[in-house]
Design a protein around this ligand. Structure first.
Ligand code: ACO
Length: 423
């Protein structure tokens, strides 16, 4: 059997059961329990999948103990130095960085598919003012299936490639349109002469009365932020994508489910919550009080942007983002008081026994919001930025799942409810 490196013996009642031990390319070991119920009648119980590998995957490697994150074997530290977001998107979806020809073809697909169907543009008029853009985005993406040919498990690979490019490109247009609508300005259409990130910034901020100056350092920063958010193996939203996709739902509905999962404050929604929290702490001025509250089990307050299911050390994405945050704000002569508060909160938490014992460090969301603020991105768009960046990751996992003959995801449960009265 593939990846099996030995067997573990499990004693259940009076029976010895052999469980295959599988090993990944980075040495991670797991017990394959897929035959357990058939052989013994037992299932395993693991609420919230704290200890369960749901699949084999070749896309992203995370080592939470050592703070390592690699896409297709390449460290993120290297990717942010040498690649653009579009190249990293290609890497995730296709398995390797594009050569010149592949890059040209991918860029032209992104370009040609960047326009939103005009009939869909009018949908934006009917959302109530103040609707959260993540809700608008998940609805709009679901609606794409009604306007464009569906792709699902049976589709040809060229059709999947086309839909992949369409999604990556069009969702960026939708996000910018949603913002323009929310501030009552006419939408700005995508331009063929701009790169992916420059185009997005232009659609967000350009207007006929105040032309937007596209600064290379802002474009570079957006590329870095998008690269760092592009995938993170089996997180909550990716698990949603793989789960929904396993029912052979079309790609658009599947991605819409990922967006919904990402919007939660414990997941991608945390970047918006962090800024709200920092502002609250800044207004109050008493950091120690909030550290106390975060530790109090009777208080629902948590330090947003802190802690992670997998990282038990500093999140490697947060290391890069913190550094970029200092550099960008300095270069742009921005003195954001929230950065000082964030640094002081981090310092206080990292010196506090509660956080040390539980290995709670800043995660990717802790400094991201401060950078988005500096770029002029409004707070209710922070999680949308995360969603744009995560699209290639979701699509890569959806494709991998299709290729892996995955069965429909359907966990078991342990029923503890009422039983029929037996007379
Ligand atoms: N503030 C205070 N205490 C915390 C925090 C926090 N941010 N995070 C975890 N803890 C405590 C828990 O209360 C728990 O304490 P206990 O052992 O005494 O009960 C312990 O640390 C372990 O935490 P869990 O909640 O069990 O860890 P889990 O892996 O389930 O949750 C999560 C991870 C959701 C990220 C959590 O750390 C959290 O809520 N953080 C704040 C929200 C956030 O920043 N989310 C973004 C995550 S990154 C992303 O999704 C992109």
């Amino acid at each position: 059997m593939e990846n099996v490196c030995g067997y573990a013996t499990l004693k259940i009642e009076d029976k010895d059961v052999q469980l295959p031990i599988v090993v990944g390319t980075e040495g991670e070991k797991a017990l394959d329990i897929s035959g357990l119920r058939k052989n013994t009648g037992y299932v395993t119980l693991d609420p919230s999948f704290m200890n369960t590998a749901a699949c084999y995957s070749q896309i992203t490697y995370v080592d939470g103990e050592h703070g390592i994150l690699r896409y297709r074997g390449i460290p993120i530290e290297e990717l942010v130095k040498t690649e653009s977001f579009v190249e990293v998107a290609y890497l995730l979806v296709h398995g390797q960085l594009p050569d010149l020809e592949q890059r040209k073809l991918f860029s032209s697909l992104l370009n040609v598919n960047s326009l939103l169907h005009e009939d869909m543009r009018h949908f934006f008029d009917h959302f109530p003012r103040g609707a959260h853009p993540m809700h608008i985005l998940s609805t709009m993406i679901n609606a794409l299936a009604a306007f464009y040919p569906n792709v699902d498990t049976q589709s040809l690979s060229e059709d999947i490639d086309l839909s992949t490019a369409r999604l990556i490109s069009i969702v960026r247009t939708m996000a910018a349109f949603a913002y323009k609508k929310s501030i009552g300005e006419p939408v700005v259409y995508p331009r063929h002469d701009l790169t992916y990130c420059a185009n997005f910034l232009n659609m967000m901020f350009d207007s006929s009365v105040a032309p937007y100056e596209i600064k290379p350092e802002t474009v570079r920063l957006l590329n870095i932020l998008f690269i760092l958010h592009a995938d993170h193996e089996q997180n909550c939203s990716t698990t949603a994508v793989r789960t929904i996709g396993s029912a052979q739902v079309n790609l658009y509905a599947t991605i819409s489910a990922g967006i919904s999962a990402l919007s939660g404050p414990l997941h991608g929604g945390a970047n918006q919550e962090v800024v709200a929290m920092l502002r609250m702490i800044a207004e109050d001025g008493n950091i120690e009080k909030f550290i106390r509250r975060a530790k109090d089990k009777n208080d629902p307050f948590r330090l947003m942007g802190f802690g992670h299911r997998v990282y038990k050390t500093y999140d490697p994405r947060a290391v890069i983002i913190k550094k970029e945050c200092h550099a960008f704000l300095k270069k742009a002569h921005i003195n954001d008081p929230l950065l000082q508060v964030a640094l002081a909160v981090e310092q206080a938490a990292l010196n506090d026994e509660y956080f040390v014992e539980r290995h709670l460090y800043p995660n990717v969301d802790f400094y991201t919001g401060i950078l988005y603020r500096a770029m002029g991105i409004p707070e209710n768009m922070f999680t949308v930025m995360f969603a744009l960046a995560r699209l290639p990751g979701w699509i890569a996992h959806w494709k991998e799942m299709l290729g892996g003959n995955t069965k429909i995801v359907r966990p078991r449960q342990i029923y503890v409810g009422k039983t029929p009265n037996k007379a």
